[in-house]
Ligand binder design. Structure first.
Ligand code: PNS
Length: 172
């Protein structure tokens, strides 16, 4: 091995943040997090505190739910954040932002965010991951809409979310 390829110490930990509203977390999100957990040493699910939006679930509920879903996955952590994502990523010593890309329609918004984040923090890389095909049409917004209007969301969200939805809408 040449001198420049020799390591001087242990490999640094690769930490990624996976930010979003997660109102609620869907099986599409879960799929991306599981893929991320295979690539990174730690993946931090970062739930946005957005005072401008009226969410269905409070930040505390969203954090709690995601923690329940990943209770047996030590590589996955869940936290709330407010302010700039790159500031939160720095606090976590994350070098990667993970985002899911479902369809071309996601691209423009994601492209703008990735380039803005790169401008603000050139040392933090955005990595896009595709969920399994079965989840490409799922969004939190559609899950909320379908459930609110009386439809089933079984198979689209983790059981923990279904339970909380039923409780919230008194449909036990
Ligand atoms: O699930 P969402 O709602 O598409 O997630 C959007 C999110 C949370 C990734 C985005 O709104 C965000 O990063 N907000 C934090 C504020 C910020 O850093 N803005 C500047 C970068 S675009």
């Amino acid at each position: 091995m040449t001198a420049d390829r020799q390591r001087s110490g242990p490999c640094p930990e690769r930490v990624a943040v996976y930010p979003g509203s997660f109102d609620p977390i869907t099986n599409g999100h879960v799929d991306i997090i599981e893929r991320g957990a295979r690539l990174f040493d730690r993946i931090i699910v970062a739930v946005l505190v957005n005072p401008d939006k009226q969410p269905l679930f409070s930040v505390e509920e969203r954090v709690e739910t995601a923690r329940e879903v990943f209770r047996d996955e030590p590589k996955v952590e869940v936290d709330a954040f407010e302010g700039l994502l790159i500031d939160f990523a720095r606090q976590c010593k994350a070098s990667v932002i993970v985002r899911g890309l479902r369809a071309v329609s996601d691209f423009e918004y994601e492209f703008q965010m990735a380039l803005m984040n790169r401008r603000l923090a050139p040392d933090i890389e955005t990595v896009f991951m595709m969920p399994a095909e079965a989840y490409t049409y799922i969004s939190s917004r559609l899950v909320r809409e379908v459930f609110t209007l009386g439809g089933t969301v079984q198979g689209l969200v983790p059981e923990e979310v279904e339970t909380r939805l039923r409780r919230k809408f008194a449909r036990e």
